[in-house]
Design a protein around this ligand. Structure first.
Ligand code: PNS
Length: 160
């Protein structure tokens, strides 16, 4: 079975992330969306809120393919999580050339740590290529409209 991990902070999940998941379930039979618990960062949303938003968004937008997507929080290395769930691939999204350098570094590092796990990139749809969780949080903080950028459940959490 082709199994992939899609790791990230997802603070919060955006339509850009969902676009990557939609593309990944076409290629992989099972996709684990893995939310990083990073004790050095202070996310706006805690693990459970981020996980809850992802689950709601998946069932709202993915239809029956949502049954092939697992969600979990993890700490430590992405490759260790990948090994734990027996995933042979790490999925990441690329929005623009500016993402490439960091993603290349991460992919090579992960390959060094776990040569049996390969990284696969999906190009995010053009209409989401400007999106980032950081900008979404900033817009919401200053009262801007984020409804076109994030799933409804996230928009409610950001404004409520
Ligand atoms: O959504 P993000 O913040 O761009 O995701 C970054 C993430 C979670 C994929 C990356 O920070 C990560 O894999 N962290 C886990 C620690 C790890 O495995 N580090 C070595 C890989 S460079």
């Amino acid at each position: 079975m082709r199994v992939a991990v899609y790791p990230g902070s997802f603070d919060p999940i955006t339509h850009g992330h969902l676009d990557v998941i939609r593309r990944a379930v076409v290629v992989f039979e099972r996709v684990h969306v893995a939310v990083l618990v990073n004790p050095r960062k202070s996310p706006l949303f805690d693990d459970e809120q981020r996980l809850g938003s992802i689950r709601e968004a998946l069932s709202e937008t993915l239809g029956e393919a949502a049954g092939r997507v697992e969600t979990a929080v993890f700490d430590g290395l992405t490759v260790d999580f990948a090994r734990r769930v027996q995933a042979g691939f790490i999925v990441r999204g690329l929005r623009a050339v500016s993402d490439f350098e960091f993603e290349l570094q991460m992919a090579h590092t992960n390959r060094k740590l776990a040569p049996e796990v390969d990284t696969v990139f999906f190009m995010t749809a053009l209409e989401y290529s400007y999106l980032s969780s950081t900008l979404v949080k900033e817009i919401a903080r200053f009262g801007g409209d984020v409804s076109a950028m994030v799933p409804a459940a996230v928009a409610r959490r950001l404004t409520g």
